[in-house]
Design a protein around this ligand. Structure first.
Ligand code: E4P
Length: 226
């Protein structure tokens, strides 16, 4: 399963890249608004940092297919071919997905709440379908179950589209989809850090260091113990 960073703040992205092996960055208009900068300046800085071959996902704003396609062309021209044009999965969006994917561009179908939305996006040629796991939970349905159904629909219908699950609030949601083998999850930095945060592990390491220091002296390591 690929793991992407769901954020546009360059310092947060840098911090995650330092420790974790991740495959790219996703943004949406709300995430860009949180970054506070000019969208293309922010996105170009992210592109320069993650490099040409990493995935960058950028959403269109227009509500009509002509506008979505035009935005898609500009996004690719500014940010490179390995940029995925995120398009909301509504009727005009399906039309735009079909056009952009037939032109050979990468497309991510976004704002997916139901398996049939994902199915139609896949039929329109989207590379990824992005179910909003936590937002589905918030509506009283089960985001994990819905995402598993989408994954199975693609598999049993021979559709090449992959899941790019989004909108996570906790580690268990990510783990459950990892166990199921979905294509990708995009996860906010605090939730990525939560995937490995564990008081038991920290205290085990504290004891190891304390025991070693009692043997060799304060601040000693395997580099300078005699
Ligand atoms: C992907 O970029 C999605 O837009 C994002 O994960 C949505 O997350 P949210 O439901 O926390 O806003």
């Amino acid at each position: 399963m690929k793991l992407l960073v769901d954020d546009a703040r360059i310092e947060e992205i840098r911090k995650i890249y330092e420790c974790y092996s991740v495959d790219g960055v996703t943004t949406n208009p709300s995430i860009l608004a949180k970054s506070g900068g000019n969208p293309y300046e922010v996105l170009k800085e992210i592109r320069a940092f993650i490099a040409e071959d990493a995935e960058l996902h950028v959403q269109v704003i227009s509500r009509d297919s002509d506008g979505m396609v035009a935005e898609g062309h500009k996004i690719i021209a500014e940010l490179g071919r390995n940029t995925y044009v995120k398009i909301p999965t509504v009727p005009e969006g399906l039309k735009a997905m079909r056009i952009l994917s037939s032109e050979g561009y990468h497309v991510t179908a976004t704002t997916i709440y139901t398996p049939m939305q994902a199915f139609l996006a896949a039929k329109a040629g989207a590379d990824y379908a992005a179910p909003y796991v936590n937002r589905i939970d918030d509506l009283g349905s089960n985001g994990i179950d819905a995402t598993r159904k989408m994954h199975d629909i693609f598999k049993y219908n021979g559709l090449k589209t992959q899941i790019l699950a989004a909108s996570f609030k906790n580690s268990l949601q990510v783990q459950e989809l990892c166990e199921y083998g979905v294509g990708a999850c995009t996860v906010a930095p605090n939730v990525i850090e939560g995937l490995i945060r564990n008081a038991g592990v920290s205290s085990a390491i504290d004891v190891f260091v304390k025991d070693f220091e009692s043997l060799c002296g304060k601040k000693k390591t395997m580099l300078d113990c005699k």
